[in-house]
Design a protein around this ligand. Structure first.
Ligand code: UDX
Length: 437
């Protein structure tokens, strides 16, 4: 049965959640205080890049099921299920998670809460947050509600597909009513044979961060192996293929390179390390800290390779290909390539950055980086090219054409996507990470 829902917080997760709920036939009221964002969404324009989302948003608006507003108001009194998708950023010291936006959302929601409605937390939170929020809401309203946790596992770049056909739906609740409210909402998805995992709220909170920290660990594991491979003449890519054939290990998330970035893995890893230490899991906390250190080391390693190739980077023209933290998104949060570009610029290099779609986001945060509109204009006269993101455009780079426009044919393939033998044959000094020979 179609329900009336709200989605509070319209970032990458919230907009996707709102459009997906509408596509399932539910009425959706999307809420975010950012007027520019709301204007854009009401005009049918996704305010960031996410494949397949634009079409889903347009059809939700066309059907009349999807509307957006800047504040929770009277219309929220009809809502059966509220999805809370606000951000949970790291606090300024980088370790703990700031859950204040969740409290704010509940504070604004409380006066408009319908009797017996369900509140569904989708944001990634430290364990125990749902219980704290529930107590907080008890203290400011007499209205009866269920607070369920339903962590999201979508990846940017495949968010729509991940939402419509997830590998699992985790429902964190002890309330049968809360569980059945969510089962109703997701019925069309569950009917596609998607496993539903109903557990207590603490476990559901932990599943998300434990999963993300494990993915980060997998990446740092292979990046640590890459350090050894480089010194011993081994090939990390071939080794990962062989390791990945063991179904207990699996090949996914074993691509070595410049390491992980984005709005989730680094934040969740740091938050989980801090929970580990706070609960006395000292060595586990240290393990998670090492995952983070190995990740930073890879950026440092590419930096050292640049110095090795150029002597001094000051005064040299370096072109970084890839601003987004991974392909198929315009998200530049903690993008390893951009962090590296900025470090090189601070040391006096003239750094030009290129990206197929993320450049408009770069100006605001990194105003001093030069932007190259095309690969060719970015690479012209370069002393060094660095491939920082594995966009498909870069997999097709033309070694001969580029050789004719750069100053020196030097390239660091920090995502291991180019055929290095061919590039060397065409006169390039090309370095790949984790490749010893
Ligand atoms: C992640 C989780 O995958 C997702 O389940 C969760 O809901 C949100 O956080 P996302 O941040 O979109 O998703 O990116 P992800 O695909 O996990 O990649 C994270 C980073 O790891 C990227 O910078 C990527 O380039 C890097 N990465 C990934 C590697 O360096 N090697 C790999 O093998 C895989």
């Amino acid at each position: 049965m179609p329900k009336i829902t709200s989605v509070i917080g319209l970032g990458y997760l919230g907009v996707t959640q709102a459009a997906v709920l509408a596509s399932l036939g539910h009425r959706v009221l999307g809420i975010d205080p950012d007027q520019t964002k709301i204007d854009s969404l009401n005009a049918g324009k996704v305010p960031f890049f996410e494949p397949e989302l634009q079409e889903l948003l347009e059809s939700g608006i066309r059907s009349g099921l999807l509307t957006f507003d800047t504040a929770i108001s009277e219309s929220a009194k009809e809502v059966d299920v509220h999805f809370i998708c606000v951000g949970t950023p790291s606090k300024s010291d980088g370790s703990e998670v700031d859950t204040s936006f969740l409290h704010k959302a509940l504070e604004q929601l409380a006066p408009f809460l319908k009797q017996n409605s369900t509140i569904v937390g989708r944001s990634t939170v430290p364990v125990g947050t749902a219980a704290t929020l529930e107590n907080y809401l008890f203290s400011i309203t007499d209205t009866k509600f269920d607070l369920v946790w339903n962590p999201e596992f979508l990846s940017e770049g495949t968010a729509v597909r991940d939402s419509l056909k997830p590998e699992r739906i985790v429902i964190g609740t002890n309330s049968q009513k809360g569980e059945s409210a969510l089962r109703d909402i997701y019925k069309k998805i569950i009917d596609k044979n998607v496993p539903v995992f109903t557990i207590d709220r603490q476990t559901s909170e932990l599943v998300k961060v434990a999963s993300n920290a494990f993915l980060a660990l997998k990446i740092s594991y292979i990046n640590g192996v890459a350090e050894i491979a480089e010194k011993t003449g081994a090939s990390t890519a071939k080794l990962a293929d062989a390791m990945g054939l063991d179904t207990r290990i699996g090949r996914k998330f074993l691509n070595n390179g410049l390491g992980f970035g984005g709005g989730c893995l680094p934040k969740d890893l740091a938050g989980f390390a801090s929970v580990a230490k706070a609960t006395g899991a000292k060595h586990f906390g240290e393990l998670l800290d090492s995952v983070n250190s190995i990740n930073s080391d890879r950026r440092q390693h590419v930096h050292s390779l640049a110095v090795e190739l150029l002597g001094n980077v000051a005064g040299k023209k370096i072109t970084v290909l890839g601003a987004a933290f991974k392909p198929n998104t315009d998200d530049i949060r903690l993008s390893p390539g951009l962090l590296l570009a900025e470090e090189l610029r601070r040391e006096g290099a003239f750094v030009t950055i290129h990206d197929p779609i993320a450049l408009p986001k770069v100006s605001e945060m990194y105003p001093k980086l030069i932007q190259g509109e095309t690969i060719e204009s970015a690479a012209a006269d370069a002393d060094l090219l660095i491939v920082a993101t594995e966009w498909s455009d870069y997999k097709e780079l033309d070694a001969t054409k580029l050789r004719a426009i750069v100053k020196r044919p030097a390239l660091i393939d920090a995502r291991n996507i180019l055929p290095s033998v061919e590039w060397r044959r065409l006169g390039w000094n090309i370095k790949q990470l984790g490749e010893g020979s």
